[in-house]
Design a protein around this ligand. Structure first.
Ligand code: NAP
Length: 641
């Protein structure tokens, strides 16, 4: 018997039991691992608890250890490719409830059990390969979506260049280096579907770990040779006659260069342009003042009086980190954030879990599957507006009111010893109106510190010495930090884009950015925007999933160009208009569309310009491949012999 250097039964104490038992079906071919009484309860906030008594769990681990040992000793997998009926039993077991039929193809694709996915580029015929080689794509941004685009284009054999303003890859994970920055999506799902990481140190790892992951991806796929760093794309102009985009690039050395590309893909995120609040006297502050996304690591906060304006997702992460170091911290809050209990938010991934992810075949796939399914709908049903709701305006329906009650109780319990904070920390807007933060107690622990004050009076002015609130108090501080978010609805504001006939994209938008499926724009051929208008999610899924769907669609559009010999592709105006009308109607039906909520999801017209108002499955289906009927394809002029 081959010796393994671990005590398997001990190691498996850290494993996620439902995923383990499902993986064991592949190893043993024995479906009795999927006992109905062992299935976990469906709960997006749970950790897959099965309620199996400890003595029985020990028996399961013992049997599992024997099966794993046999596999390590060379026993082949009994069921590497289960039939669909078996797969469905496995999926239902992990899910904790029967999965409705309409999700099955979508989930099987996400599971990629056989290593193949609808997201793999299909450029396999010689004609397509030849056409692909003649295309050149310019990608703006080397963050999560830009790197993904580079990977898929290189797999399709398409030439591409990625341009990024930063000196390295990573995008948001490069720029946001504030203390405490970490991913707020479960990390074993927040990774490319084809690039799992079995070594995430935490369930929600810190920013340096995420940055390292994306740097590693750039190296593994040899993308750096295709990336121009420290370069801005300043203008894009479509040449109608030649059917190419001409882009003006400007390097840090100030030199401009014009490059041509058949296709441009922007992959710059929605949250890449910090927003400083429009407060009188903002420029007059005498000390250091900076935004969370432009953290001044050269400013030592130790022993200083510090003000933080804003209590959104970023402040929520850095306030608990800096509070113990500063002399005094004054947090200026307009609205408190909603928080959902996630006790393991800062916890390490146990070593046994890492071992199981790495060594037990299919365990990683099923664990990811479980995470994915828990957030496929996630809290969506609980943030849906009920048009007949006539209860309090602090909720949008009865289920939303229940979620609110659960979250409010969690917050109230944490300030039971500080009744003065109670009214300040319970939000008055419906839960789901903004992205809820993950609560393991550190936020309110920080706000309760003796050296921290939570100020809810309106900020009216900034002076050289500090911050003045509506009650006339001047709060004197040494350092001012803005946790005030991003200019999210000003899509592509750094970029001048002239499309067909010299039409300007920003003028066409008139400050109200829209797109078809977030990606394409009538009058702007061969232009694709990833994480564009109306593709953000609030309470479900991971944005990497959206990017993978978007890139599949874009590669599908390139395939359409290659197959038809067309020079350009753009959506029909009517298709775009109908899509946007439906999106607006649908967004009104969620908490974030409620008139009682103001957030970065709405633009200056009050329109929800950021969010996808449907399920993940709907984006997956809509982006399987571009529908030729939705587009105008421009053929090259006939060549006369
Ligand atoms: P944000 O959620 O938009 O929060 C901005 C904060 O600033 C809010 O509390 C806002 O108050 C406040 N504010 C703005 N102007 C103000 C003013 N004039 N006076 C007082 N307060 C003012 O921004 P963010 O925290 O940077 O987060 C943005 C998004 O980035 C998040 O929603 C999330 O999607 C993403 N994010 C993700 C992570 C992660 O994955 N780990 C971390 C950070 C951010 P109101 O609420 O009253 O508007």
């Amino acid at each position: 018997m081959a010796q393994v250097s671990v005590d398997l039964e001990e190691v498996l104490k850290d494993a996620h039991l439902p995923a383990l038992m499902t993986a064991l079906v592949h190893m043993t071919g024995d479906l009795s691992w999927l006992k109905p009484e062992w299935t976990p309860a469906y709960n997006p906030l749970s950790r897959g608890d099965t309620g199996i008594p400890e003595a029985e769990q020990a028996k399961i681990r013992k049997a599992a250890a024997a099966a794993i040992q046999a596999h390590l000793d060379g026993k082949p997998l009994a069921l590497p490719s289960p039939d669909i009926a078996t797969l469905r039993r496995q999926m239902d077991f992990v899910a904790g409830a029967p999965i409705p039929e309409q999700y099955v193809d979508f989930l099987v694709d996400e599971l990629t059990l056989k290593g193949k996915s609808s997201k793999d580029p299909q450029f396999d015929q010689p004609k397509l390969k030849d056409a692909a080689r003649k295309l050149k794509v310019l990608v703006v941004g080397a963050g999560m979506s830009g790197l993904l685009t580079g990977i898929r284009l290189s797999q399709a054999g398409v030439q591409f260049e990625i341009v990024d303003k930063n000196p390295d890859v990573g995008g948001t994970w490069f720029e946001n280096s504030y203390p405490g920055c970490r991913v707020d999506n479960a990390n074993h799902m927040y990774s490319y579907s084809f690039e799992p990481n079995h070594d995430w140190p935490q369930h929600f790892s810190p920013q340096p770990v995420l940055l390292k992951y994306f740097q590693g991806i750039a190296d593994k796929y040899d993308l750096r040779k295709n990336i121009r760093f420290e370069t801005m794309v300043e203008t894009l102009a479509w040449d109608d006659a030649d059917s190419v985009w001409r882009a003006t690039l400007k390097g840090n050395d100030g030199k401009a260069e014009i490059v041509e590309a058949n296709v441009v893909v922007t992959a710059v995120g929605q949250l890449n342009c910090p927003r400083l609040p429009d407060i009188e006297g903002r420029e007059s502050f005498a000390g250091p003042a900076f935004h969370s996304a432009e953290w001044r690591h050269d400013v030592d906060l130790k022993g200083k009086r510090v003000a933080v304006i804003g209590t959104g997702a970023s402040a929520y992460q850095f306030v608990p980190e800096i509070a113990p170091d500063v002399a005094h911290l004054t947090v200026f809050q307009r609205n408190p954030p909603w928080a959902l209990p996630v006790p393991h938010y800062h916890e390490d991934v146990p070593e046994g879990m890492k071992w199981t992810l790495e060594h037990v075949p299919y365990y990683d796939k099923w664990y990811r599957f479980w995470l994915f399914w828990m957030t496929t709908e996630g809290f969506l049903p609980m943030v849906k507006s009920d048009p007949t709701w006539n209860g309090s305006p602090t909720a949008v329906g009865p289920e939303n009111a229940m979620l609110r009650e659960m979250a409010a109780q969690g917050l109230a319990a944490q300030v039971a010893d500080r009744p003065d904070l109670l009214d300040k920390v319970i939000p008055q807007y419906p839960i789901g109106g903004k992205r809820a933060v993950l609560d393991n107690g550190v936020w309110l622990t920080a706000l309760k510190r003796d050296n921290v004050s939570l100020v809810t009076d309106k900020v009216v002015k900034i002076t050289p010495k500090g911050v003045v609130t509506a009650d006339g108090v001047e709060h004197e501080v040494d350092v001012l930090i803005y946790g005030t978010g991003f200019q999210a609805s000003n899509f592509l504001s750094f970029l001048k884009i002239k499309g067909r006939g010299g039409r300007d994209l920003h003028e066409a938008w008139g400050g109200d950015a829209r797109a078809y499926l977030g990606m394409t724009h009538p009058g702007f051929p061969n232009l694709f925007t990833i994480y564009g208008p109306n593709t953000n999610i609030v309470v479900n899924g991971s944005i990497i999933f959206f990017s993978e769907c978007a890139v599949r669609y874009i590669v599908g559009a390139l395939r359409m160009l290659a197959e038809t010999g067309a020079r350009s592709i753009e959506p029909k105006q009517a298709v775009y208009d109908t899509f946007n009308r439906k999106v607006d109607e649908a967004n009104a039906g969620w908490a974030w569309g409620s008139p009682n909520v103001s957030s970065w999801y709405k633009n200056s017209f009050g329109r929800v310009s950021q969010n996808w108002p449907y399920g993940l499955i709907d984006y997956w289906r809509a982006t399987l491949a571009p529908n030729p009927d939705d587009f105008v394809l421009e053929r090259p002029p006939e060549t006369v012999a």
